[in-house]
Design a binder for this molecule. Structure first.
Ligand code: ADP
Length: 255
């Protein structure tokens, strides 16, 4: 039996008096495709940001690919692993955000090659060759020399996916990647993600309000409410026969 690639153990996240995650535990197996669903404000994005070390935690433990992100000191203080270590961890995880976050003054190709060249010291020619393969995969090879401002939202998001893949992460995090898009552009981005899920063995965590997509994409669906996982299971069970009343109410409203 393989080890989980992500182990989240009793984590608590507070912003001042607000407890956003309340003793949350979950495990993700290598290659698993997970959909995180639930009402706004239930803590789904926070989980992804914590995994990406964009946020710290107030309590608990997280292990990614066998390494701890935090250590408990003798005095009970929780401290992040040292910066070099965290840097290594971050390279294992790629994240795609709701608002693309492309470098506006760099062309599409440079957006994809920049991180591998800077963080991994990969030579330009090699980085560009890989970037063109990735851009081809997301259907954006013909726009390699375009600037972000010349692209539609769906095109920008496809470039953002290629950029995250350029560091060859083991884990990909997708945070509501279609919710800022015009409806007619959603499908082209979802198609890229479908292809990725089918053709790679990467572990993927997806926060989404697209329930149809979550159903098709995920091996397992986690329903979040108020900082806790209320229910989890196979998509066909969660969407057709939710057991918990809170899940039923949420799905009734959204579907
Ligand atoms: P979801 O992704 O499920 O919509 P989030 O993880 O984005 O939920 O947010 C969970 C809660 O944390 C919300 O109540 C949100 O307002 C709060 N929150 C998120 N980021 C911050 C922050 N930087 N400061 C204070 N509160 C925050």
């Amino acid at each position: 039996m393989p080890e989980p690639i992500i182990r989240i153990d009793s984590i608590v996240k507070r912003y001042g008096a607000l407890t956003v995650l309340d003793g949350l535990s979950m495990e993700v197996m290598p290659g698993e495709k997970l959909a995180l669903i639930g009402p706004s404000g239930s803590g789904k994005t926070t989980i992804l940001r914590i995994l990406m070390t964009l946020e710290t935690i107030s309590d608990g433990f997280i292990q990614v690919d066998g390494e701890q992100l935090y250590h408990m000191k003798k005095d009970g203080r929780l401290v992040p692993a040292d910066e070099r270590h965290l840097h290594k961890m971050r390279e294992k995880i790629g994240m795609v955000f709701q608002h693309f976050n492309l470098f506006p003054h760099k062309c599409v190709l440079d957006n994809v090659t920049l991180a591998p060249m800077l963080t991994k010291g990969i030579a330009r020619a090699q980085a560009e060759e890989r970037a063109m393969e990735l851009l081809d995969m997301v259907g954006m090879a013909d726009k390699a020399k375009s600037m972000p401002a010349q692209l539609s939202g769906g095109q920008k998001q496809r470039v953002a996916i290629a950029r995250a893949l350029a560091l060859s992460p083991k884990i990909m995090l997708f945070d509501e990647v279609t919710s800022a898009l015009d409806p007619e552009l959603v499908e082209e981005v979802l198609n890229v993600m479908r292809k990725l899920a089918a053709e790679t063995d990467m572990t993927m965590l997806l926060v989404t309000h697209e329930m149809g997509f979550a159903h098709d994409f995920a091996d397992r669906v986690l329903f979040f409410d108020r900082g806790k996982i209320v229910e989890e299971g196979r998509p066909e069970d969660i969407f057709r026969h939710p057991k918990q009343e809170r899940t039923q109410t949420f799905l009734r409203k959204i579907l």
